[in-house]
Structures are given as C-alpha cells and as structure tokens.
Design a protein around this ligand. Structure first.
Ligand code: HH2
Length: 280
C-alpha cells in the first residue's frame, strides 16, 4: 500500500515517522516552545536531521479542554513555518480543521492535510476533493477538545472507531478524494479513557481491515502517564514503547515528538523482524 500526497508517494516497506511541530502557546507537552516562527523552523530542520519522514505542523492545541485559536491567529502561526518546511525535502502535513487554512496551505504546495475533525467542517471535504492529489489523514474524535472527555462512552470502542473511520473514508471517496490519498487514525486520547486507548492498541489489527494505512499518535499522551505514573516531560521511554507496540500491530505511520529515539527504536525493531541489517 502507498499514500499519495501532493509531491510524494509514500511507501510503507518500513514504518514511517511523522515528527510533530506544534506552533502553539498551549500544547500539552511542548506548548510555547516553538511558537515563534524562527524557533519552529529550526525545530522542523532538527526533526528532519533526526530522520523524520514527514513533518506535521499545527497551530491549534487539541489537548482536552483546549479553546480553539481565532482562525487568522492559527494561520499566522502556521503559514510561514509551512513555507520553510516545504524546502526541506520531506512531505509536509498541516494539522488543521480550518478549511480557509487548508486552502492557503494547499496553495503553498503542502502535501497532506491532517484533520483531527476528519474534514467535518463545511467546505473541507469539497476542498480536498477539488485539489486532486493532497494526502489526507482522517481521525476519530467525538465532540470538541473543550468537551470531548464527557463523550468517552462506548459499547465496543474498537468496533465503533472502526465504523466511524470506515464511514468517513466512504464519504471522502464519494466526494471525490481517491482512497489512495487517505490514511486513518483511531485518535488516541480524543474522547477516550485510558481503557479505551489501550483497547485500541491491543486490538489495533482490527483497524487494518478498513483497508488503508494506519497512522497513530501515542507520543507523551495521558494514558502513558497513567500506565507509568510519569509526568508529561518524562514520557520518552513510554512513548517509544507505545510507538513500537503500535508498529508491531500494523501501524504504518507513528506521529511523535521524539523523532531521533523513535527512529532508532524502529531500526532495531525492523532488524529484529528481518534477522539482518536492514537497508535504511
Ligand atoms: N494528536 C494530537 C494532535 N493531532 N493528529 C493525528 N492524526 N493523530 C493524533 O493522535 C493527534 C493529532 C495531539 O497531540 P499534540 O499535537 O502533541 O498536542 P496538542 O494538540 O496539545 O498540540
């Protein structure tokens, strides 16, 4: 399977690492660290040096309880960073739900739209359909970040998340986004308790039946704090372990803050799978 994006056709002969660049004052683990443009661009460059296969650049924190930024504020944070990131030789993703920003980003030549709201806002789906080649990540969530924790109620969380992603995939394809442009994501931590997140990891293979590559983001998230008892700044080992557990259960792309450590761990995992030194 491949993932078609604007400039790059991403292959999955090995797991891919998406490096996170949050240009926000309030993200849960790194809020405020890269909020000025120069710092965010330097961070993009560092992640590419560390081996990131994709850069995911966002200007809205979607942590539980977060308030969305004004639309023009989000665009002002993100657009100059996207412009610089597009020169770094790797696919660039914009993490946004805002159709106006999607359009501006696509006009710059951005490769991927990663939308935690699954292109639900008016005009988003049509915009991607009209574009013709940009990649899309459709993610499961319920409600909005400021209220989603109250909606963490499921009968069978894995079946319900799979149904949702299957439906959104069908909607996108029906609107004119080719299936080969789409990956799906269970949305770890979005309207889910630790038990829900861990069920989604344990039974992650069931999501492979959807038929598209799986992207997952466990990096530094609350469930890892609950498992280890560690605060957000001390979740590196936990995050790497979760990324490996996800890849071992079929994830194609892991979305992470700590690129260098994840890349090393995946190299060792792959060498173990193959029983030899694997080509990089
Ligand atoms: N998680 C976050 C943001 N965007 N996109 C996808 N596809 N999957 C995820 O799991 C995902 C996501 C939240 O993490 P982070 O960006 O670190 O924090 P914040 O939303 O506070 O900026």
């Amino acid at each position: 399977m491949h993932w078609q994006t604007t400039r790059h056709r991403i292959a999955f002969e090995r797991p891919r690492v998406m490096g996170i660049v949050n240009v926000t004052p309030d993200s849960f683990s790194d809020g405020g660290r890269h909020v000025d443009t120069a710092a965010a661009i330097a961070h993009c460059e560092a992640l590419v040096r560390e081996g990131a296969d994709i850069l995911d650049i966002g200007g809205e924190s979607t942590r539980p309880g977060a308030q969305p930024p004004a639309a023009d504020e989000e665009a002002a944070r993100v657009l100059p960073v996207l412009r610089a990131a597009l020169t770094l030789g790797v696919p660039v993703s914009v993490d946004t739900s805002q159709p106006a920003l999607m359009r501006q980003a696509l006009d710059l030549g951005v490769d991927i739209v990663n939308d935690v709201r699954s292109l639900a806002r008016p005009g988003a789906l049509q915009l991607l359909a009209a574009h013709g080649s940009a990649g899309v990540c459709l993610m499961h969530m319920r409600g909005e970040p400021d209220s989603m924790d109250a909606q963490a109620q499921y009968g069978d969380v894995v079946a319900e998340v799979a149904d949702f992603l299957r439906r959104r995939l069908q909607d996108a394809v029906a609107a004119g986004v080719a299936a080969g442009r789409i990956v799906v994501d269970p949305g770890i931590g979005f309207a889910k308790t630790a038990a829900h997140n861990l069920a989604l990891l344990q039974r992650q293979r069931e999501l492979l039946d959807i038929g598209r590559p799986l992207l997952v983001g466990w990096s530094r998230k609350g469930t890892l704090g609950q498992v280890t008892g560690r605060p957000v700044g001390e979740r590196l080992a936990a995050s790497v372990a979760a990324a490996l557990a996800a890849v071992a259960r079929g994830a194609a792309i892991v979305r992470v803050h700590d690129v260098a450590a994840t890349v090393d761990a995946l190299k060792v995992w792959r060498a173990a799978e193959q029983g030899r030194l694997a080509p990089t």
